[in-house]
Design a protein around this ligand. Sequence first.
Ligand code: PLP
Length: 287
Amino acid sequence: MSRIAYVNGRYQPHRTAAVHIEDRGYQFADGVYEVVPVQRGKLIDEDLHLDRLEFSLGELEIAPPMERRAFKFVLREVLRRNGIDRGILYMQVTRGVAPREHKFPLMARPALVITAKRLKPVPAQYLEEGVGIITIPDLRWKRCDIKTIGLLANVLGKQRAAEEGAYEAWQVDPEGHVTEGTSTNAWIVTKDRKIVTRPLGREILPGVTRRALLALLQAENFVLEERSFALSEALAAAEAFLTSSSVFLLPITNIDGEKVGDGRPGDFSKRLRQLYLDHAARQVSAA
Ligand code: PLP
């Protein structure tokens, strides 16, 4: 089945789908995006993603390209046309096409692109052995809560991680506290079994997986602390893990070449990953 992309109202072959060179996303990174996980052909936490898309658009004063009901229809149509069973839907909204000038154009209409991608299951090795990460200074702007397509610092961070044989890079603020990964939220489990993740604020993306997991943990009476944690605390933690829509939850067993805990994925990481998978499975069977 060949891939199909939705571009400004038209379904086009993915191979040749294109936007104009004066799209403000291309010129200024003047746009936002979302990634929605798909399991067994069903969207997971769709409304939370659409809520965040609305928030991101609102913060940048970009008009929503369509109403939520229409959005949901097009998302399903892209999924159907691509025959995706497990993977992700990617949607991007930019301020539109206009002659290049920094200030908002008067006439441009927001531009919407939606694509779908099949994903392989997370490699068993990541779950059995955990992944390694490096740490880097957080070089990003002061509105990391907006899911903008301006991801240069994240791109450079992920590239450094790859060059060092690591899966991800945790970004660290000037106070020595971990903000988040380049495309994932950051968590630790302390030796006294508290689950810690940075509180929401302008320094991190409000991850949908983070939000869903927090709700599950509260319902299961885990001890949670939404607070900043220092890199030194992560290095001394019993466990560390990361969350995102595309991998859900991965245990981290190595930070900057140092073992986390005993260097093996811990019980919390395994249980919490399962909790999240059960949450996704419930949505699949309810849909
Ligand atoms: N933090 C950053 C910087 C991200 O780019 C992402 C996902 O793309 C996340 C966290 C995780 O967010 P979510 O769970 O909504 O995928």
